[in-house]
Ligand binder design. Sequence first.
Ligand SMILES: [Zn+2]
Length: 273
Amino acid sequence: MGFLDFLKGRRPAAAPIPDELWDWAIAEHRIFRGLDEGERGRLRELAAGFLAAKRFEAVDGAEIDDRLKVSVAAQACLPLLGLDLSWYGQFTTIFITKDAYSVTQRWEDEAGVTHESEEEFAGEAFELGPVALSIPDIDASGWGDGYNVVIHEMAHKLDGLDGAYDGCPPLGRGPHRDPQHRLDRRRWAEVFGAAYEDLRAKLDAEGRTKRRRGTSKRRARIDPYAAESPDEFFAVVCEYFWERPALLKDEYPEVYAQLAAFFRQDPAARQSL
Ligand SMILES: [Zn+2]
């Protein structure tokens, strides 16, 4: 960056993503098919800026090539089409692992006894630092089937931007400061809280009804992982918002509407995935 640019507060221009690589990314990920020309151009710019700002680090000999990087960058930036890259300003490193990795979790119960459990994580958003993603899960993302580890981890980053991982990202930031685009925190909590409880109830009912060849009427259509906690619910419905927008809109229309207002996008209107 030149000194003049520095004085003017300009960022160095990100290197553009080569045509061949970009065309591959668009063709390979079904979730980009509904984007119009303008949206694709904006996504390409955001992804180039993302690649310029973030560092990819391989763990355990994972092989990182340009396709993998562009795949992550483009999917990570899809949620930012109506926002900007400052929403991902709090992290710079993305760890890439060869396999889904194990994390040992320890916690203390009320009686003071320490428990340990080994869990497989597809990816993990560390509280304040880097993001970790595994290659098999990146490859499994973007097909329009509801699963997207990149969007999931980015949603956690957005959620935690206000310091609390509670399923509610900051609602008064950037374009949302404008009274026209203002979102109400209480309304958000109501809508997400009701949907979360509904999903938990459906999963409970499924557990019960399975034994008596349950009615399909109350079946949950969202990944049960969303019922883990309000922050996981937010991350999972974000996956559906771009992977299966019509399904999410049908299942939880008010959640869909809140996400559409927050992200300033309407993926269900683009195409039926
Ligand atoms: Zn998660």
